[in-house]
Write a protein of this length. Structure first.
Length: 251
């Protein structure tokens, strides 16, 4: 099975993965939880970070994540890059894998195009090299490498996973006063127009919302993919932690 959720922000939003909210019963290492950016546990190599990584590694599933804008990219660069399931990854723990930008991965019988990164809207308040890194936005070379990979695949995928959204959706939903128009959101406009895909999941915007049948924002919701859609796992629909207007049981 393949599950998806939004940002962790290190320890700030990791509580959604506790046993009460995301029961692991019956899950194995062949089941995957994919986090749509702002993983945040490769931050300062502190004892707290290491303990939480060990906690996450102890779970019975395999955790996958793309980078967001709140990652320590200098520290992340110290991890070796290796091939995995059709793309490249960095092993943070044996069962915690960072999906490198531009990979077209074979995961749970699906082709998953993954491309992390986003622009921090609060970077003027952050310290370069300590709480903000320029690598949060991809290089032109990274985007061109992704184009070539999609060329090889005939511009076909099942699922797209990014942190930020295509520009036309971002502007329509949030305007440009908070979330900036940049080369990455333009690149995602290009991908959105050219790629044949079924569903596109993004984090970053701190809301869980179905934009249309193909574009979904995730934050604290956890969903499980079905053959042609998804179901919500957490919060339970109608349960005490469900929020009005958040994801329907399925689209």
């Amino acid at each position: 099975m393949l599950f998806l959720t939004g940002d962790l922000h290190g320890t700030n939003d990791i509580q959604k993965l506790n046993t009460r909210r995301f029961p692991p019963k019956g899950l194995t290492r062949e089941d995957y939880l994919l986090i749509c950016g702002d993983f945040g546990l490769v931050w300062d190599n502190s004892k707290e970070d290491r303990n939480w990584l060990d906690w996450l590694e102890s779970k019975p599933w395999t955790t996958l994540w793309i980078d967001g804008n709140h990652e320590n990219f200098d520290l992340l660069a110290d991890y070796p890059v290796t091939d995995w399931h059709g793309g490249q990854v960095q092993y943070i723990r044996p069962h915690i894998l960072h999906l490198c930008r531009g990979g077209l991965f074979d995961i749970d019988g699906r082709k998953v195009f993954a491309f992390g990164g986003a622009e921090s809207h609060d970077k003027k308040y952050r310290v370069p090299g300590r709480s903000y890194w320029e690598q949060e936005l991809p290089s032109a070379a990274e985007m061109e490498k992704a184009r070539k990979r999609l060329d090889e695949a005939g511009w076909q995928a099942d699922i797209v996973v990014t942190h930020s959204m295509p520009q036309h959706w971002q502007a329509a939903l949030f305007g440009e006063q908070i979330y900036a128009h940049n080369a990455l959101t333009d690149f995602f406009d290009e991908i959105d127009s050219k790629l044949s895909f079924r569903m596109w999941f993004s984090g970053h915007y701190h809301t869980s919302r179905i934009i249309d049948p193909k574009h979904i924002l995730l934050y604290n919701n956890i969903i499980r993919l079905t053959e042609d859609s998804f179901v919500r796992v957490y919060p339970v629909l109608g349960g005490p932690e469900a929020q009005p207007g958040e994801l329907a049981e399925a689209y």
